[in-house]
Design a protein around this ligand. Structure first.
Ligand SMILES: [Cu+2]
Length: 179
């Protein structure tokens, strides 16, 4: 059931991209589900890695548990900058009911890393590549330690670092699922 739903979503994304190439700048859309196992011990974004065309509206939907969708950006509690410099940061706030959704339209090309505020330490993070990968999200997690002066941003927790799919894999596979 869950697998079928995922493949339906991926097919929809492919159709949306194909439509964009045929009709100039149609409204491309993609969906990411916010999931949990029964006892809440495991939580994740599905897919965890996604490639989209610039201008795509990405929609996150709660399937179970309570989550946020929050961009890695200093405006969000001092997190390190891991979205393009000129992109608008976002924070959904708490989404608590199944079916609750939040969406952003991503126009600036580059890599966007984001997290779920209550579950970041548990590794609930995701990565979206918009067009060609570039920007702070394409750099190593410690990149800001070499800036002068060094910003007092938060480190990305180890469990979170481990769960980001590589940019190469996202570009090659378009949608990467947690295994
Ligand atoms: Cu969460």
């Amino acid at each position: 059931m869950i697998d079928r739903r995922f493949f339906t979503g991926a097919g929809g994304l492919w159709l949306a991209c194909a439509a964009v190439s045929r009709r100039a700048r149609a409204a491309a859309r993609a969906e990411i589900r916010m999931r949990s196992d029964v006892d809440g011990a495991a939580v994740w974004f599905d897919p965890v890695g996604l490639w989209v065309e610039p201008g795509t509206t990405v929609r996150w939907v709660i399937e179970s548990n309570v989550h946020t969708v929050t961009a890695y950006h200093p405006d969000n509690d001092g997190h390190s900058l891991r979205i393009p410099e000129t992109a608008q940061p976002w924070d959904s706030g708490y989404l608590v009911n199944p079916g609750d959704a939040f969406e952003v339209t991503l126009t600036v090309p580059g890599v966007y890393d984001y997290y779920c505020a209550p579950h970041e330490e548990g590794g609930m993070v995701g990565r979206i590549v918009v067009g060609a990968p570039s920007g702070p999200g394409s750099r190593p997690f410690e990149y800001f330690k070499t800036l002068d002066p060094v910003p007092s941003w938060l480190d990305v927790p180890d469990a979170a670092q481990r769960n980001f799919p590589s940019i190469d894999r996202i570009v090659a596979e378009r949608a990467v699922r947690r295994h």
